[in-house]
Write a protein that binds this ligand. Structure first.
Ligand SMILES: Cc1ncc(COP(=O)(O)O)c(C=O)c1O
Length: 215
């Protein structure tokens, strides 16, 4: 797990540069399409939080690897909500009221409160998921009114090209305005920048596990 060790070192260095406590940044190892053996290796090296993009895959891996914490970081269809509620300690990608309502209903049926983040389309990219920044306060108000959900923060995937820093900064400022503590931002290419800008959750896949198999 050389990749994992290197990522941990870089997280620590980014925290030192930013004057942040390393304990304030949680590493989500994005393990989609990675075989269970690689996840077991990472778990043996102390990695506890894994991020999955597909509901079915999260369910299978969570059943096979008890004792880990599972985060859902992919696009979530409403009809897959039931697979994820209660299994994911945190759903990073709640981005519309219909999905929030379904998640809340499923959580209530299961007798639990599901922690979520709201995904924000910081780059205003038409093909991307996420609420537009100006629509996020209204979405948050609706989510806060749902008994089965607890919104803990915001998540973003900035545009693939260009400097991600202004987008990370904008997400942090939006979260501050809305009184939200958690910021899920930063992937393999930019997690250090995200930490400098306040990320509390970084979602790192290829830098830990290497290239993903195609699905
Ligand atoms: C939402 C999300 N976050 C993080 C990652 C991890 O990306 P990377 O492999 O570049 O670290 C992925 C990969 O698919 C993703 O979909």
């Amino acid at each position: 797990m050389e990749g994992l060790i290197r990522v941990r070192e870089r997280i620590a260095a980014a925290c030192a540069r930013a004057g942040r406590d390393p304990a304030s940044v949680r590493l989500v190892a994005v393990s989609k399409t990675q075989p269970l053996d690689k996840l077991r290796e990472a778990a043996a090296a102390g990695q506890r939080i894994f991020g999955e993009n597909y509901a079915q895959e999260l369910r299978e891996k969570a059943d096979a690897l008890p004792g880990c914490e599972w985060h859902f970081v992919g696009a979530l269809q409403t009809n897959k909500a039931r697979l994820v509620v209660g299994r994911a300690a945190l759903i990073h990608t709640c981005d519309r009221i219909a999905l929030a309502q379904e998640l809340s209903k499923r959580a209530r049926n299961a007798g639990l409160v599901q922690p979520v983040l709201l995904e924000v389309n910081v780059g205003r990219e038409p093909q991307k998921a996420g609420a537009l920044p100006e629509d996020t306060p209204a979405l948050l108000a609706e989510v806060r009114a749902l008994p089965g959900l607890r919104c803990e923060g915001l998540m973003c995937i900035p545009p693939a090209s260009g400097d991600p820093r202004p987008h990370f900064r904008a997400l942090r400022e939006l979260a501050q305005r809305l009184g939200l503590a958690e910021l899920s931002m930063g992937m393999s290419a930019d997690y250090e920048t995200a930490i400098e800008e306040g990320a509390t959750l970084v979602r790192v896949g290829t830098a830990i596990f290497g290239e993903r198999a195609r699905r």
